[in-house]
Write a protein that binds this ligand. Structure first.
Ligand code: NAD
Length: 319
């Protein structure tokens, strides 16, 4: 059985092993695959793995042996899952490998916005503390999270894990989700519609998937509903935000700052206006990439394939 991994480098740049898949079939691992080489590399594949290489109906129409696409990520918007379904190709994702790592990243970004650790450390190294008249100094307002409100858009696994950490900081939680799960165990929690969440939150964090109805959910209109002191965090998917609108909101003080781990186009062009926007921290889509999370992802990818081959597919996203 031919197994092709189209873009294995980010999952396993060399610190993990492909042995689990190797034991199942004849495997070819490509570090990256440009769109124009997908067909040539996958032509005899029954099993295809992709992380961010897009797969559309056009590719499916030219891959006659293909039975299974394993997405090496939680978000599976790179695959046209409906087209796959029409062709009886099973698509799976990896739902849970990165929940804790992504939630941890939310706070890496948020705490940088409230404390500016890197900035202050750089200032100290540049001699500013040594030259200071007082025993301390700070260049930005320092903000305590206790008693502040976090608005969580998309209250699934990562949203709830993020809320757990926020509650440990003493924050109140407002959640917006199309599905309202039982959260009766939480104190200082409420469900709200989007407008109310945006208006009342000190921090808005995005955890809904990228769907047609969530694309551009953070537009200028919605940014204007937020407090001018509020921070926006996005560790979900870049196109949830309209880049130009967020840039304007940051540069004109409509909101106070943003921490982004994802951008609408990745890697971004050097012209992406967010790269030079005020109070905007950007990390290169690393929330998922702790070694622990990637090792779990690899194990689950192998298990997903084994379950599919045994006739009991799990984590199917196009049932
Ligand atoms: P999940 O499926 O557990 O939760 C998503 C939640 O969003 C669900 O509760 C769902 O009901 C809700 N939702 C769906 N449509 C909505 C809508 N229109 N409005 C509001 N809420 C809506 O997924 P998860 O494990 O929490 O992951 C969330 C997202 O995080 C993924 O889709 C993925 O894009 C992103 N992610 C990013 C990284 C990274 O490295 N930056 C890593 C893993 C996941």
């Amino acid at each position: 059985m031919r197994i092709v991994v189209l873009d294995g480098y980010t999952l396993n740049p060399g610190d993990l092993s492909w042995n689990g898949l190797n034991q199942i079939g004849d495997i070819a691992v490509y570090e990256r695959t440009p769109v124009e080489r997908i067909i040539e590399r996958s032509i005899d594949a029954e099993i295809l793995f992709t992380n961010k290489t897009p797969l559309t109906d056009e590719e499916f129409s030219k891959l006659p042996h293909l039975k299974y696409v394993g997405v090496l990520a939680t978000g599976y918007n790179v695959v046209d899952v409906e087209a796959a379904k029409r062709r009886n190709i099973v698509v799976t994702n990896i739902p849970t490998y990165g929940t804790k790592s992504v939630a941890q990243m939310v706070f890496a970004l948020l705490l940088e916005l409230t404390q500016h650790v890197q900035h202050h450390s750089d200032a100290v190294r540049a001699g500013e503390w040594s030259e200071c008249e007082d025993f301390c100094f700070w260049n930005y307002p320092l903000i305590e999270l206790e008693g502040k409100t976090m608005g969580v858009i998309g209250f699934g696994r990562i949203g709830q894990q993020t809320a757990d950490i926020a509650q440990a900081f003493g924050m109140n939680i407002i959640a917006y989700d199309s599905y309202k799960s039982d959260q009766s165990h939480r104190k200082n929690f409420k469900w709200a519609e989007l407008t109310e969440l945006l208006a009342e939150s000190d921090v808005v964090t995005l955890h809904c998937p990228l769907f047609p109805e969530t694309k551009g959910i953070i537009s200028l209109d919605n940014l204007k509903k937020m407090k001018s002191s509020a921070f926006l965090i996005n560790t979900s998917r870049g196109p949830l935000i309209v880049d130009e609108d967020l840039t304007e909101a940051l540069n004109t003080g409509i909101i106070a700052g943003a921490g982004l781990d994802v951008l609408s186009v990745e890697p971004p062009s050097k012209e992406n206006p967010l790269l030079t926007a005020k109070n905007c921290l950007i990390t290169p889509h690393i929330s998922w990439a702790t070694k622990e999370a990637r090792a779990r992802l690899m194990d689950i990818a192998v298990e997903n394939l084994k379950e599919f081959l045994s006739g009991n597919p799990v984590n199917v996203v196009n049932k």
